[in-house]
Design a binder for this molecule. Sequence first.
Ligand code: GLU
Length: 450
Amino acid sequence: MSYIKETIEKLKQTSPAQVEFYQAVEDVLESIEPLLEERPKYREHSIIERLVEPERQIMFRVPWMDDDGNIQVNKGYRIEFNSALGPYKGGLRFHPSVNAGIIKFLGFEQIFKNALTGLPIGGGKGGANFNPKGKSDAEIMRFCQSFMSELYRHIGPNTDVPAGDIGVGSREIGYLFGQYKRLANRFDGVLTGKSLLWGGSHARKEATGYGAVYFAQCMMDDKGDSLEGKRCLISGSGNVAIYAMEKLYDLGARPISCSDSSGTIYHEQGIDLDLVKRIKEEQKGRLEEYLETHNNAEYTPRDDYPKDGHSVWRYKADLAFPCATQNELTAKDAQSLLENGCKCIVEGANMPSTQAAVDLFIESGAAYGPGKAANAGGVATSQLEMVQNASMLRWDFDEVDEKLKGIMSNIYHDAKRTAEDFGHPSNLVLGANIAGFRKVADAMIEQGVV
Ligand code: GLU
């Protein structure tokens, strides 16, 4: 049995029923095979065996009271995966699908994503199986306060700095921060994604979406092409999708779709972004409401999606930006994108394409930007927020945005150069995984067996 297969088999025994985690590990291990051959020291130092085991896993009860006076209980997690390059850094996800395996997959990805940014941040992730949908503001606040009542003792500006992810935006960060401050009696940069009023960074909200589009720009540049006039399919309608669409419009492209967990909007003349912002950011409503303003748009409810696929990927487009969630884009979806002439796929979400879909993209020769490289702009800007907090300064929007652009370009060129060095010039999965892994592995060796 190969070393990689053996590692996965062992994981299945020691960490049972964590399929998304195995998928994320397999993705990294398969691409770094040529590196492991070239540098036997990684095996001598048991880097893989150490890397797949989180440094610390915190699991806790989150009890809270709903508006009817019933006691509710959720599972809370913070997985401090790897601190070779800096304090643990990564978001918190509040979603009913959250379990230890999901948080481990996200934490594992985060290690390499953060390494790729070139900034001094380790990898971590957390969250809860809490469903924020339909909850009142007071319920969200009580949940966040209960969650932080345990989490506060594990985090700190030089230890572990959580941020947002699915279900955790500026409102939740506010409630979490308030409770942290109350318990710790400290006002410090212990969370990122904070409000601009009290320590947040300009451009953090926009950063993941903008960053993914800057990454796409680098990919198009390399083909001697640009985003100008391109038709773009987007999935999702959260923070990542909204600001990816905004930057696409800025650069002359046309986003023609978006989606939420209930259905997909397709609007040939271009998505009305102000309306999506109003529905999603202000009213926290459903995308279906889009039709009340634009009856020439097409809405497909989730129940009408094709079997084994998502309805958003069946339209004709030049580029695709999966910005919703893991494994939202299947082999069938990849096939229909490619058949319809899509030449560039850029992942705004974490691991949105199944392994079979990724294989199809790579075989086809389409330009494929994996999430851990293309969506690293969010966490990179979080680190810029940490820098501003530590120095008690605030940079203006353009300064942060310029830095973000530079970081995305560096990530792209680092991954591209590494892919070329290893003889697979268009395989950015291999390039990103090797470039990220190498930094973490070398740091681990230098820090000894810890
Ligand atoms: N949740 C985001 C990610 O997946 C951002 C994490 C952060 O800003 O720490 O990278």
